[in-house]
Design a protein around this ligand. Sequence first.
Ligand code: AP5
Length: 220
Amino acid sequence: MTNMILLGAPGAGKGTQGVNLAKIYGIPQISTGDILRENVRNKTPLGAKAKAFMDRGALVTDEIVVGMVIDRVAQDDCNEGFLLDGFPRNLAQAAALEEMLSKSGRSIDHVIGIEVGKDELIKRLSGRRICKGCQASYHAVFSPPLETGKCDKCGGELYQRDDDKEETIAKRLKVYDEETHPLVEYYTDKGLYRAIDGIGGVDDITGAITGAIDRASDNT
Ligand code: AP5
């Protein structure tokens, strides 16, 4: 069983690496951002509450997000492990996660911190494009689709996320520094934090993550 968290600033590559890691470890990738966006698209009551926070680059309230993660992690496909992408995002969420897992005798094994400098984060976020159909992620320069504006996988139309506009990117990076970055120290103190250089080829970074997990597992 491997329970892991992907930590990193907006644009660090959590979603991109999460797809590879979920396949390698055979565990579900649980992205709180994806679940929230799906609720916004489907115009659910939860989506209606979350939208205003997301559009301005702020964190959605802990009450909404923690409840959502509790429900998701309780599902059967998480029995053999799970990968959290974008959760926890502050110390209160980390404490709620620990409490929730301890009730079922579980705990976090690895926290993967994907580290990328601010200039690169801004380039990645401003060039990101998402498929309206299957939600696959592209980058206008770093990983463009074969045909501009069209998804390679399903032919769907590509769009730019509302929160990937310049003003909102700046706000999201500030929120990360102030509210999420303290988790690096929190998980370092617990001996769970594995720092990974997030610059380089996607598959090379995946290899660095699996290597760090193997080394940490050998030491326990
Ligand atoms: P969320 O969707 O989680 O956004 P985020 O954390 O800001 O992360 P991103 O999805 O922007 O980036 P990523 O690290 O996944 O990078 P990606 O792989 O896509 O959250 C959105 C909003 O939801 C939040 O602002 C908040 O409002 C709310 N929310 C979510 N969780 C919450 C929580 N727990 N509590 C409260 N609110 C919450 O890559 C980015 C780009 O870079 C892509 O174009 C990709 O192709 C490219 N790229 C990736 N890797 C590389 C590489 N190695 N080299 C070059 N380019 C690369």
